[in-house]
Design a protein around this ligand. Sequence first.
Ligand code: GAR
Length: 189
Amino acid sequence: RKKAAVFASGAGSNFQAMMENKLVCDIVLLVCDKPGATVIDKAKKFGIPVFVFDPKQYPTKLDYEQEILAKLQFAEAEWIFLAGYMRIIGPTLLKHYRKKIINIHPSLLPAFPGKDAIDQAYVAKAKTTGVTIHYVDEGIDTGPIIAQRQVEILPGDTKETLKMRIQRVEHQLYPQVINQILGKQQGVF
Ligand code: GAR
């Protein structure tokens, strides 16, 4: 089985969805840039090793990404799944994991990239938003798109109800896409 690491900064609902769905790969490491984030407790509950770091403790992104790279290599992770990791991936990781880093973003890219994409769509009074899964490149939410799902913004929606419906789609779609991509590479499909 292939080995993958998940990067997350927050609540970890997508991480949890990966753990609760049968993935064709093993999650061997959680990387978290927010000491105290809920996702850390979730990883411990599932018995997944965690590397938590505080970017402020490092002089530059190069320094902490070199440390992340060492942890990834020790864990023999071949893939990286970003699940609410609110940082731009730098050249150190991009170089070693070309086309092996996947991100989920809560909008129909290229609409509403960056932070608070759900709020952005809500405030803009868009009729439709959604979920995008894409390969990561050096830009912010710009890499090649793998899959998209539409989510309608309903007249009665609050930001919270919209977020709930978007995340429900995320929790289904992300494990499915991971299995499709990694499965193909194993010649399963
Ligand atoms: C998810 O909705 C994900 O799409 C988003 O952060 C949330 C993390 O939730 N990612 C981004 O906005 C990336 N630009 P979670 O911690 O409960 O999985």
